[in-house]
Design a protein around this ligand. Sequence first.
Ligand SMILES: [Zn+2]
Length: 439
Amino acid sequence: MKCPKCGREYKAEIPPFCICGEELEITYDYSSVDTRKWKNRRPGVWRYKELLPKVKKIVSLQEGGTPLIKARISEQLNVDVFIKDETRNPTGSFRDRLATVAISYGLPYAKNGFIVASDGNAAASVAAYSARAEKECFVVIPRKVDKGKLIQMIAFGARIIRYGESVDDAIEYAKELAKLNGLYNVTPEENIVGLEGQKTIAFELWEEINPTHVIVPTGSGSYLYSIYKGFKELIEIGALEEMPKLIAVQTDRCNPIASEILGIKGECKETKALGLYVREPLMKPKVIRAIRESSGTAVLVSEEEIEKGERLLANEGIFAELSSAVVMPALIKLVNDGFIEKGDRVVLVVTGSGLKTGEGGREKFGIGGTKLEILKILKDGEKYAYEIWQALGKPVKYQAIHQHIKELQELGLIEEAYRRGKRIYYKLTEKGIRLVDNL
Ligand SMILES: [Zn+2]
C-alpha cells in the first residue's frame, strides 16, 4: 500500500504510521463489495475476503464465525444481551482472527519465521498458525503470563523470549529482534495487517443482530479499534447507517484509555486481568477517537467485580478468562446508569477462554530461576532428585526440588527417564531441550 501523503510504498509489514508521520490505514475498493455474496459462503474470517488483504495462500484453522448466544441475564436487566463467544476460536481467543490474516499475508516475507510481542493470547495463536504454516515462531512475552497460554506456546513449538514487566516492554524488543533476524513481525502495534482479520467480528455481528452497543475488554485497544474499522467499512459500503456505541472496559488498577474517556486521573498498576495490563497502549489515540466517534464510553471495574463477572458468565455457561470477565460488571453498571436501555441490542465480547489461565492462577515460572537451572543440569544428562539438589549448589530446600520437578513435568519440559531402585532419573523432553537451547 501507498502512503496517501508522501507516496512511500509498504509491501511487507504495514506500520501504523508512515515514516513521514501520516497514519496508515488499509483500504479497499468499497464500491464493488456485494454483501449478498457473503451469505453463500461458510462462516469464518475469510467469508469477508473482499475486505481483507489479498494473499497467495490462506493459513487457516477455521477461525471466526463464533457463536452469538442470548444471555439469560437479559430477562433480569430487561435488555437484549448477547454474548459473542470468542473462546470458541481454534486456540481459544479472538487473536486467531488476527493470526490467520497476518500469517497468510506475511508468509512470503517470513524467511526465518514470525515474531510477535504479546501478553499471551496473540503469542499462543501466532504459535499455532506458524506451526500450521511450517514456520519458526518467536514470541516475546512479559515475565508474568497466564499458564495455559504459556503451555500452548510450548506445545506449538514456539521459541519463547521473556522480556520486561508488561507487554509494553516486549513490543520494542520484538521489533529489534525482527530486524536483526529477518523475522516477519505480526505484533499489532507494529503491523496493522492482522487487525484486518480482527475486524471481521463486526461483519458477523452486523449479519447476526446489528447491535446498538458493543462492550469490549480493552488492554491495548487493538480489538476495539478493529471492531470500529469493521463497522466503519459497513457504513462505507452502504450496508449500515449508524455505528453501534463502542464501550471500552478497563480495570480501576490500569486504565490509560478509560481514564481519558472519563476525564479522570489514570492508574497503571498490575491487575489480575493480565490481558488488560497495558501501561501505555501505542494505539491509544486511535482507540479514543473510535470510542468518541461511535458515541461510546468507558467503564472501570474493580478486582472484586472481575471475580463476580467470572461467576456471572459461568452462570451463562461460559468459562471466560478474567480479562474477558470484566464485560459483565460493565454491562450492569451501564444499565444502572441508563446508558443502556430497554430495546437496545447489546453485545458482550468474551475474548478468551478461562482454560488459558491455568489451575491455581498465574504461572510464576521465572526463566532466571531455579527451574531453569534444573533444566540446564538435566541437559548434561539424566539425574535423580538428590543429584539435582547437589548440582544446584545453592541453599534450596531439598523438598522444594520435588516441587520444581513436579511443575516441570506438568509443563511437559522434563520426564522420567528410568528408575533404579527407588531413584527416579529425569531427563529433558524435546520441548525442554528446545526451551534450554532458546535461552
Ligand atoms: Zn508518508
